[in-house]
Design a protein around this ligand. Sequence first.
Ligand code: NAD
Ligand code: WQD
Length: 337
Amino acid sequence: MRVLVTGGMGYIGSHTCIALHDAGITPVIYDNLSNASAQVLDQLEKITGTRFEFILGDIQDEQQFKLALKHTKAEAVFHFAALKAVGESTEQPLRYYQNNVSGTLSMLQSMQEADVNHIIFSSSATVYGEPDYLPIDEKHPIRATNPYGWTKVMVEQAMQDVCNANSQFMGIALRYFNPVGAHPSGLLGESPNGIPNNLMPFIAQTAVGKREVVNIFGDDYDTEDGTGMRDYIHVLDLAKGHVAAFMQHKTDTAFHAYNLGTGQSYSVLDMIKAFSASANKDIPYKSAPRRAGDIACNYADATKAKNTLNWHAELTLSDMTNDTWRWQTNYPRGLES
Ligand code: NAD
Ligand code: WQD
């Protein structure tokens, strides 16, 4: 079986291509390389022994996307392609709505015309906004707090409506908590452009000497040590979650949403400490003001995924930091762009 993977050259999409390949499913990558290196294909080949088919294309190009569906005879779409920087989305909201929402709407249109009726979408725990309760289950109210988050809410709603209108259609929204880690081979990982927004790449770049000090955004939260707590999940576990969700629902219809998290949260200080152990060195850090829009704590109730998909996160915090450190030391400047 062949599936089209939009954004398959990116961080989570590329790891999911490996998991699909391992499950006997052939991924065909569709990516505009706006936030990825073409060298990812070489890395995927080194890891899997297979050169994946790659189509350079934009999801906003309805005609090209439809041709890609037909040409590849894809039976499903794994949809990772999106812009993902929260801060940037508040500065350039229309760019985010255009790329993430309009792009997905034209994909859904092309899929219906090409009679490809299965989509697995990268959603985010950001759709829950400031949590009413913890752990967060899938019944928690949906309310984003920034344009990026709204793009996820809007796409989920559009998928749900298409599923309601088209009895052949099946959509799965996977709400990721905080993806981290890298492939254990050290050949593939996350390499953000410029100064990383997210904690783990910032710690990794500080450990390797690229940044001077980790700024801890707030040390007076109502948490165990005063710093923000999150449910970090290894990208390999996340990738397996996609395969499990697809295998479970590939013959049915309707819309499904799942949290993909570990159910456990770690503080910023926990993360720095764990990374120091992996890198075997002290990592300098200092307190800084809270970051606007940040919440104190979140973590998933991932029971639904466990019971329905027979999936749960298996890798530990030290797997996350060890694998990130291996990748960071192998490729301190990321792959060639
Ligand atoms: P990424 O930037 O590494 O990957 C996204 C890929 O999509 C890139 O390769 C980029 O070139 C491609 N792309 C972007 N716009 C495109 C377009 N219009 N047409 C074709 N390709 C396009 O990001 P990631 O971290 O791998 O995230 C993958 C998905 O998961 C995104 O939808 C993101 O919003 C979602 N997500 C990410 C996180 C996270 O913390 N990384 C958390 C929750 C959800
Ligand atoms: C984690 C913790 C920070 C950087 C974001 C998006 C979310 C999702 C995942 C896509 C927080 C603290 C961070 C730093 C710090 N993406 N921190 N110093 O904010 O939970 O989620 O990425 O869907 O939508 O909002 O992740 O890694 O940025 O922050 O102290 O330099 O680390 O305050 O407590 P976040 P993060």
